[in-house]
Design a protein around this ligand. Structure first.
Ligand SMILES: [Zn+2]
Length: 81
């Protein structure tokens, strides 16, 4: 039972990796204005999130309060590349 589930997950993620359609969908998500990247954990977050803060006239969006607090403490750390 458990093994079947694991194989299923593996097969679907394998398929997504090698399908060009999936790549196109991913790019669209990144380019859409309503989806932002959490600078702390690099997760995709919706612009409608309640966790956001403004730093140097730029608004940043976070997946959780934890990430927002980390950013507020030391924004520079997360903006350096
Ligand atoms: Zn986060």
């Amino acid at each position: 039972m458990k093994t079947t589930l694991i194989i299923c997950i593996f097969a679907s993620s394998f398929g997504a990796l090698y399908s060009s359609n999936a790549k196109e969908v991913n790019n669209q998500i990144i380019l859409t204005d309503s989806v932002k990247i959490d600078p702390v954990c690099k997760m995709k977050v919706k612009q409608s999130t309640n966790f956001k803060s403004t730093y140097q006239k730029q608004t940043y969006f976070f997946c959780s309060k934890v990430c927002k607090l980390k950013f507020d403490k030391n924004p520079e750390q997360f903006l350096k590349k």
